[in-house]
Design a protein around this ligand. Structure first.
Ligand code: KIV
Length: 274
């Protein structure tokens, strides 16, 4: 069995832990989790953040998009993950339109925390979500702002494609990052943006930045579990890597991912947009 990385201490992971890690320049790791068994293996392998992603709409439910996922689905899977969790931080996605209005977002985020057992909620969108983030944050609900490629806006964007490639859209994403931090976001997640833009954001905001397809300078990395186990339905995206291919078990594959992120070896240039 591959050795579990050093972060496998017994202390519970909190937002303060993640902020301290950013300050020390130590990377942390995140994977999507949808059930108790995988959550438990991830814990043993040293993952700090378990993301109950609405990508469950794709990989569990078999939909083409995340749009059909309901709040009840999210609460159910967050409860499942919570039963396998011992020390990791649980982040749960606000599903499509569950956060359309601030008051509605507040009620639904509270349910993810109260009924699901989430420690922080993640919601997609820039400046337009600032009022919601302020409301949640001021009432003690931690929030991660999701910027860059927003899968819930797939029909508006016209497909899953890299964001922030031209100067104007890069400036907008950078400005959104500042706005969300100022509104009270505790974490940011950047999906599919050029590495140079991600680096600028990481160096601009003080909150930890988790990247997926956003290059190696992010404070943390996240992957969809099924992608890093090589069981993606259809074509695996460029920014992912099959860690199970060269590992003896799921546990060892996750340890290999954790070690690669912490060493700064993943994502490599071939997983990165320039
Ligand atoms: O739902 C999810 O899995 C996500 C990741 C793509 C970051 O939000």
């Amino acid at each position: 069995m591959t050795k579990t990385p050093t972060s496998n201490s017994t202390s519970v992971i909190t937002l303060a832990t993640l902020r301290d890690m950013k300050q020390r320049g130590e990377k942390f790791t995140c994977l999507t989790a949808y059930d108790a068994s995988f959550a438990s293996i991830m814990e043993d392998a040293g993952i700090e953040v378990l993301l109950v992603g609405d990508s469950l709409g794709n990989v569990i439910q078999g939909h083409d998009t995340t749009l059909p996922v309901t709040l009840a689905d999210m609460i159910y899977h967050t409860q499942c993950v919570n039963r396998g969790r011992r020390r990791a931080l649980i982040m749960a996605d606000m599903p499509f339109m569950s956060d359309a209005m601030p008051a509605q977002a507040f009620d639904n985020a509270a349910r993810l925390i109260k009924e699901g057992g989430a420690h922080i909620v993640k919601l997609e969108g820039g400046e337009v979500m600032a009022e919601t983030i302020r409301l949640l944050s001021e009432r003690g609900i931690p929030v991660c702002g999701h910027l860059g490629l927003l899968p819930q806006s797939v029909h508006k964007i016209g497909g899953y494609r890299i964001q922030g490639r031209d100067d104007q859209s890069a400036e907008k994403i950078l400005a959104d990052a500042r706005t969300l931090e100022e509104a009270g976001a505790d974490l940011l997640l950047l999906e599919c943006v050029p590495a140079s833009l991600a680096e600028k954001i990481v160096n601009t905001v003080t909150v930890p930045v988790i990247g997926i397809g956003a290059g190696a300078s992010c404070d943390a990395q996240v992957l969809v579990l099924y992608d890093m186990l090589g069981i993606t339905p259809g074509k695996r995206p460029k920014f992912t890597k099959d860690f199970l291919k060269d590992s003896a078990s799921v546990h060892d594959a996750i340890v290999a991912y954790v070690n690669a992120v912490k060493r700064g070896d993943f994502p490599a240039p071939e997983h990165t947009f320039s």
